[in-house]
Design a binder for this molecule. Structure first.
Ligand code: URA
Length: 265
């Protein structure tokens, strides 16, 4: 049983690595399916591969990846304890924003990864993954605030690259990270039947935090049946609606080499 999830995730990775369903495959060096534990309780979802990720085929391995690793370790975990992936699995040329049709085309891969891993907490990094779970959400108002739904929590966080560009976000980001394990414990409590999903989370009741402008292996519930490794996700999954449009705000760059932007994401 132990390897079922790993086998299913590897089957998805194999499909991602040879995927030609959108134009991003033409300019990629390597596709980046995601990495981490098939049994992760916490799943991090970023935007898309940048320069370093495209070269290595691994998520978050550049400067913002090093920072993400530091943050994960700051709460006593390692990258091997969690699962890290992106909304699009191939690098957009010049690190432009992923297009809605690219996100929609790539969506079955992320949907299936999420279904296989069945994480208790999903942490979104930046506005594109936030838009998937918090349509219309504004990061300055909702960052670090968990939403409890369907026996899981979703936490929107700043994109690590945005924090690197704006040191004023470092402390709020560190604080949001420190909250992740509390949220995980709360999900376990709720799954154990102590608290209903509908009860508002205490964190949601707090006033929005003003963000200063930029300066210049635990027990899990039963896993869902993994998808057949032999069949394409696009054959096995029902059609999904396109991802909701992200709020019209300046984007983060998944590329650590990209010039400084003023976006919070
Ligand atoms: N930024 C992202 O959003 N994802 C990565 O994998 C790397 C940088």
């Amino acid at each position: 049983m132990t390897d079922d999830r790993a086998v299913a995730l590897e089957a998805i990775a194999a499909q991602v690595q040879t995927c030609t369903r959108c134009a991003l495959h033409k300019s990629r060096t390597k596709a980046v399916p995601g990495a981490g534990s098939p049994y992760a309780e916490i799943m991090f979802i970023g935007e898309g591969p940048g320069y370093n990720e495209d070269k290595q085929g691994l998520p978050f391995v550049g400067r913002s990846g090093n920072y993400l690793t530091e943050l994960i370790e700051s709460i006593g975990l390692t990258r091997g304890d969690v699962f890290i992936t992106n909304v699009v699995k191939c690098r957009p040329p010049e690190n432009r924003d992923p297009l809605p049709d690219e996100m929609a085309t790539c969506r079955p891969y992320l949907d299936e990864q999420q279904a296989i891993i069945d994480p208790l907490v999903i942490v979104t990094l930046g506005r594109f993954s936030m838009g998937r779970y918090f349509p219309g959400g504004k990061i300055t108002a909702i960052h670090g605030r968990p939403k409890y739904e369907g026996g899981r929590a979703y936490i929107p966080l700043f994109h690590p690259a945005a924090v690197l560009r704006n040191p004023a976000l470092e402390e709020p980001m560190a604080e949001d990270f420190r909250r992740i394990l509390d949220v995980l414990a709360e999900v376990k409590r709720r799954r154990a039947g102590d608290v209903a999903d509908e009860a508002p989370a205490e964190a949601m009741a707090e006033a929005p935090i003003e963000v200063p402008p930029p300066a210049a292996p635990p027990a899990k519930t039963a896993p869902p049946p993994p998808a057949s490794p032999q069949r394409s996700l696009f054959e096995t999954l029902p059609p999904e609606p396109a991802a909701p449009a992200a709020p019209p705000e300046p984007p983060p760059s998944p590329d650590d080499n990209k010039p400084t932007q003023l976006s919070l994401f």
